[in-house]
Write a new protein. Structure first.
Length: 484
């Protein structure tokens, strides 16, 4: 199914090719691990009951080979088995993106035995040397191939085989996980072997999305700075009470009349949240996109739409650098009226290349290199005042001037992490398009070289160079079509 990288790499790379093993494929924020071959070397069987079950590859699968499992029973005996897909390609590392839920599927058909239940079938996983299992349901005794699917499983759906309390850890703090299925039987009235064949095992791992929410703004919850091209403008952002909405963040942009510099004026307030939940930490996983949902209500300002009401951008602060999204989003659906209710805006999913430095110099944030600082997230309101001063609004003390006030609330950031660092084209697979990008970066070598793409995405191990150590990782992913 897969073509070896050795057949299509430049001479400089040819000596470094690794062989891969089949196991999983990636699409967006879902990793699919599957096996329809059931090679004996890929599966391990652990018995937890008082009888010893067996499992081995059989040529009589649904299509091609499958796995035949025998449960020997005698009197009051019981069989409790964990079948683990024990390959590196089948391992998931929650540190690269917390697991949201799991979907499992497997085909089965009854071969021989007594009674009407066949095997009890469920799903299982191993994390940190501890085996966990879900509830079971009987396969029955039909000789026809049947699919069993269980969807939306969370950590709470798994209990330990050893009977102790505890569930697996699907958070980014969790150890690597390998998956499999469970089979069981018990209390046979006579000596008998219940035999069932299995095929087309798969697990879909939904993960790599984290959310942070900000509804209140206590002291110290934000980092705020202002920027304007007119010394006659002022801006402020601070918590304010807004009735049923509770505490909101209120941004006021004011310019005296006439304009101090006699020209059009822009004033921008840069707000990032200090909560660690509202940040992208590349050391915990490479992020692909950032998406912001925010509520806003225009409190006061110019009633004429031609004079530019307040807009906002997504904000990022990484180290000492401040970035804003290239796209602006309007805080005022209808500038001719004041807003009574809040409007909700959900931005598109923004990649690194969708941001620019706030000071106008070249650069963009780095969400992927594990050696870079965490990137704090926020929003950046902006008001463009025209050159003239057409009674835009009245400031708080009634002394005249122009003022635009908008309340912001219920800010939610969704960060999608890249499960696959070798997927340089971000299309969900590691294929020829990624190889072209990697080869170019490999020939450039140094991440500081101006010819290297921003963020140096081909530096898979994050050491500042695209070299042989990165190629070892890339080649393994390329031959799998996905990241190990």
């Amino acid at each position: 199914m897969f073509t070896s990288l050795a057949n299509r790499c430049p001479a400089r790379l040819a000596a470094l090719v690794l062989a891969g093993i089949a196991g999983s494929a990636l699409a967006g924020n879902t990793v699919v691990i599957s096996d329809s071959n059931f090679a004996n070397s890929d599966w391990t069987l652990t018995n937890f009951g008082n009888r010893v079950a067996t499992g081995a590859q059989t040529p009589l699968g649904l299509v091609g080979t499958g796995r035949e499992v025998s449960h020997p029973l005698n009197g009051s005996s019981n069989v409790q088995v964990f079948h683990k897909f024990n390959t590196a390609a089948g391992e998931i590392k929650p540190a690269n993106g917390a697991i949201v839920s799991l979907d499992f599927a497997i085909q089965y058909r009854f071969v021989s035995g007594v009674g009407s239940n066949g095997h009890q079938l469920g799903f299982a996983l191993e994390q940190g040397g501890i085996a966990y299992r879900t509830a079971t349901a009987p396969t029955g005794i039909s000789g026809a191939w049947t699919v069993r699917t269980t969807t939306g499983l969370t950590a709470a759906d798994f209990t330990r085989y050893d009977g102790q309390a505890g569930n697996p850890d699907f958070s980014t703090a969790g150890a690597p996980i390998r998956f499999g299925f469970r089979s069981s039987n018990g209390n046979a009235g006579s000596s008998v072997s219940q035999i069932v064949r299995y095929d087309d095992f798969s697990v879909s791992v939904m993960r790599n999305k984290t959310q942070s929410a900000q509804g209140d703004f206590p002291p110290g919850s934000t980092d705020v700075s202002q920027n304007s091209n007119d010394p006659g403008t002022t801006g402020s952002t601070a918590p304010a009470s807004d009735g049923p909405q509770g505490e909101v963040h209120q941004t006021s942009h004011f310019r005296g009349a006439p304009p101090a510099n006699g020209a059009a004026t822009s004033i921008e307030t840069f707000v990032v949240l200090t909560d660690s939940a509202a940040e992208v930490d590349p050391s915990k996983g490479a992020a692909e996109t950032v998406q912001m949902t925010i509520k806003h209500r225009r409190v006061s300002g110019q009633p004429h739409p031609t004079t530019g009401p307040q807009t906002f951008r997504v904000a990022v602060k990484q180290g000492a650098n401040e970035y804003v999204s290239k796209s602006e989003f309007s805080s005022t659906p209808d500038p001719s009226v004041q807003q009574t209710d809040y409007t909700t805006t959900k931005t598109p999913r923004l990649k690194e290349s969708d941001f620019k430095k706030r000071d106008g110099t070249p650069g963009q944030p780095d969400f992927k290199n594990p050696s870079t600082a965490p990137a704090k997230l926020g929003y950046s309101p902006k008001t463009d005042f025209p050159a003239s001063a057409p009674a835009r609004g009245t400031d708080a003390d009634g002394a005249g001037g122009e003022e635009e006030i908008v309340n912001y609330d219920d800010i939610v950031f969704e960060v999608s992490f890249i499960a696959c660092r070798s997927d340089l084209s971000s299309d969900g697979y590691v294929d020829d398009s990624d190889f072209v990008l990697f080869a170019a970066a490999y020939d450039t070598l140094d991440c500081t070289d101006p010819n290297m793409p921003a963020g140096c995405p081909a530096d898979i191990n994050g050491d500042g160079f695209v070299d042989d150590s990165d190629f070892v990782l890339f080649a393994a992913a390329y031959d799998l079509l996905e990241c190990p």
